[in-house]
Each structure stands twice: as C-alpha cells, then as structure tokens.
Design a protein around this ligand. Structure first.
Ligand SMILES: Cc1ncc(COP(=O)(O)O)c(C=O)c1O
Length: 375
C-alpha cells in the first residue's frame, strides 16, 4: 500500500542531501568538537560553519544562535531565562500555543508567576487590543510575552512585527515560537523586536532532535545547562554535531527553493480547500485559512457521525497519515485545545492536513476519494 503523508507540520522526511552532508560527521569526522587536535577542530568547524549559515539566513549574527535539542528545549529555556534572569514576574501567552509553551506557563504559574491569556478571535488570531490591555494592566514588574508565529494546528500567522513593537512599547520580553516558520518563511530577525525565537530541524526536512534558540543582544541570560564550555558556555554537553550540520544544510536548501516550494505547496492547499467541499459537501475550515495563514497547513472540520469519529483511524488503515487533536495514552483523540478555543462547543471533527513539496494533487484526489468512501 502506497502511503500518503499529509502530516508535515508534525515532522518531515529527512532530505537525502541533508543525510549526505551529515554522514561524514557520523563516520570519519567523529572528533569531539572540544578537542584541540585536528579531528576536534574539524568537528568544531562543522558546527561553527553551520552556525554562520543559520545566522546569515535569519539575518542575525552567529553569536546570537545557540543549538539545542529542538523547539521544546528552546522554548523552555527562553521562558525560564525570562523569569530567572530578566526579572519577568508575569507571562502573557495564548490558549492556543503549542504545549511546549502552554505547559511551561502552567509550571511557572505553580511557582507563583502570574500568567495571563490573550483573547483569541473566532478567526484564530490574537486580539492585539487584549494584548495591549494585559500589558498595560501589569505595572508591578516586567512581562514576558510568549506567542507563536504560526499555529501548528490551524496555520494562523501572528503579525510578529507588530507584536514586537507592542512589546517594546511596554518594555516586555518577547519570545516567539517560530518552529513552524523557520525553514518555511523568510524571517529577518534584524527587523523584528523579538528577544527569543526558536526552530526545529525536523520541520523542514532536517534531522530530529536538533533545534535553535535565537537570543537577541538586548538580553543577557545565564547558562541553560551547566557543565563544559560548549555553546560559548551557555549549553554544556558534547554537541549533536551531525544534527547541527544537518539543521544548517536543511535550512539552506529550504531557503534556496523557498519561492518555488511555497508557491507549489500553497497551490496544493488551495486545491484541497476547493475540492473538499465540492466533493464532500459539508466541510468547513478552521482558522484564517485563506488569509494570514501558513501555506503548509489546512485544518478541515467534518460533521460528527459514527464514521467521522473514527476518521483518523480509518484514514490510517488506508495508508493516509493526517492528524487531529492530541491523542491520550489509550490512543483515543482527546480533542484539540486549539479547535476547542476557536470553536467552543462544536461537535465537528477536525482533521489537519499539512503538506510539503513532495505531495501532489493526485495524492489529494486519492485522499478525497478515500474520505468519500469512509464518510
Ligand atoms: C509550534 C511548535 N512548537 C514547538 C514544537 C516542538 O518542537 P520539538 O518537537 O522539536 O521539540 C513543535 C513541534 O511539534 C511545534 O509545532
């Protein structure tokens, strides 16, 4: 059975060219980057050259890029640093963030930090007036604003520039979870008032378990992990050398073909958005899907029936990978906190289709045929 993979917001396939770039660092170039002999220096050069590549693409300096284990670690680190090192005693976030942010905010709430949630409009966008009001109302100490650039479930894009300006006007620290946009969107960090931004290699055909944390010059934080002197004394531990090299190669490749890839993937999203209601009738879309939205994600809702409740499982049996809400430990869907927030009380069944450059309209036709059969 041919598998159809429409879950690229969850993770993407490693590009063979990325693997090719990584392989020497898994085999002959195995030196510890901290060793001073040539084997070590070669590894060190691999890391520093990767850092330069990443910094150039994101329009910042190599010194502002720290390699981590992925988006979750980067967000945990930024939020902790804002509280521990930058004097923040208040977090403003949204109820539709990734759990890497939401569960951190909940943790800090238990530690006595005040946590406020911005209002989310029915389109899935952050109500910026609500953000301004929350910032203005907090007068006893500094605020950390943590809002994601593109929502991983519905694709909505935050006006990151404007949010940066709002934060600046209130002397707030701004952390932006850019995991869904790094590698998918031209990000110019020199033009955005953001203190922390994140990225994960596996979202753009790079390896899993490697990410970045951008830290702006405006903030100075204490080490994220204590130990050796790696990552300029900020994150101790022997580096994920091949992961770092793979991250940079994948980002470089994504940047080089951004125009053509994004145009193509956008056309797939549009095609599916046209075909679904045409072929299946009662299908609606969640979020601002044809407005300020990432071109990779289309979140559709189907009427609730006995069959649609089993939709993800039925699609899986047909070799089609998509996602719905989070799964609980028994594997049953427990719903999506994002969809529950923008469409409270709805009994429709949401399915996220997320595309990459390898998908085709023929695959979309097959998925729609399968949906017709199942529903
Ligand atoms: C928006 C967003 N933030 C954070 C993460 C977490 O990234 P990672 O799995 O690399 O830790 C993800 C990926 O699932 C994501 O989509």
């Amino acid at each position: 059975m041919q598998r159809i993979y429409f879950d690229n917001a969850a993770t993407t396939a490693l590009d063979p060219k990325v693997l090719e770039e990584m392989l020497p660092f898994l085999t002959e170039k195995f030196g510890n980057p901290s060793s001073i002999y040539s084997y070590g220096r070669e590894s060190k050069m691999g890391i520093e050259s990767a850092r330069k590549t990443v910094a150039k693409i994101l329009h910042t300096k190599p010194g502002n890029i720290f390699f981590t284990s992925g988006g979750t670690e980067s967000s945990n680190t930024a939020i902790r640093a804002a509280i521990r090192d930058l004097g923040c005693n208040h977090i403003i976030t949204s109820p539709i963030e990734h759990h890497a942010t939401l569960h951190c905010a909940e943790y800090w709430a238990h530690q006595g930090i005040k946590v406020s949630y911005v209002t989310i409009l029915p389109t899935g966008h952050v109500d910026l007036d609500s953000l301004r009001n929350l910032l203005a109302a907090h007068t006893e100490g500094r605020t950390l604003v943590t809002l994601m650039h593109a929502n991983n479930e519905i694709g909505n894009l935050l006006p990151i520039q404007e949010v940066g300006e709002i934060c600046k006007a209130h002397d707030a620290v701004f952390h932006c979870d850019t995991v869904q946009t790094v590698g998918h969107y031209p990000i110019d960090l020199s033009q955005i008032n953001v203190h922390f931004a994140t990225g994960a290699g596996h979202k753009f055909h790079g390896p899993k378990g490697v990410g970045i944390l951008y830290i702006s010059d405006e903030v100075s934080i204490k080490p994220m992990i204590n130990g050796g002197g790696q990552e300029r004394n900020m994150r101790a531990g022997t580096e994920n050398l091949y992961g770092i090299v793979g991250f940079a190669k994948a980002l470089q490749m994504a940047t080089e073909t951004y125009e053509q890839d994004s145009t193509y993937i956008r056309s797939l999203k549009r095609y599916m958005a046209e075909q679904l209601p045409q072929q299946l009738g009662d299908v609606s879309f969640n979020g601002d899907w044809d407005g300020q939205s990432l071109y990779t994600v289309l979140n559709a809702s189907f009427p609730k029936t006995e069959k649609s409740e089993m939709l993800l499982m039925s699609l899986d049996m047909a070799g089609i990978c998509v996602s719905g809400g989070s799964a609980c430990s028994s594997g049953a869907s427990v719903g999506s906190h994002v969809i529950n927030c923008i469409d409270p009380g709805s009994d429709r069944v949401p399915v996220r289709f997320s595309f990459c450059k390898h998908n085709t309209t023929a695959e979309i036709d097959t998925v729609i045929e399968k949906l017709k059969e199942i529903l």
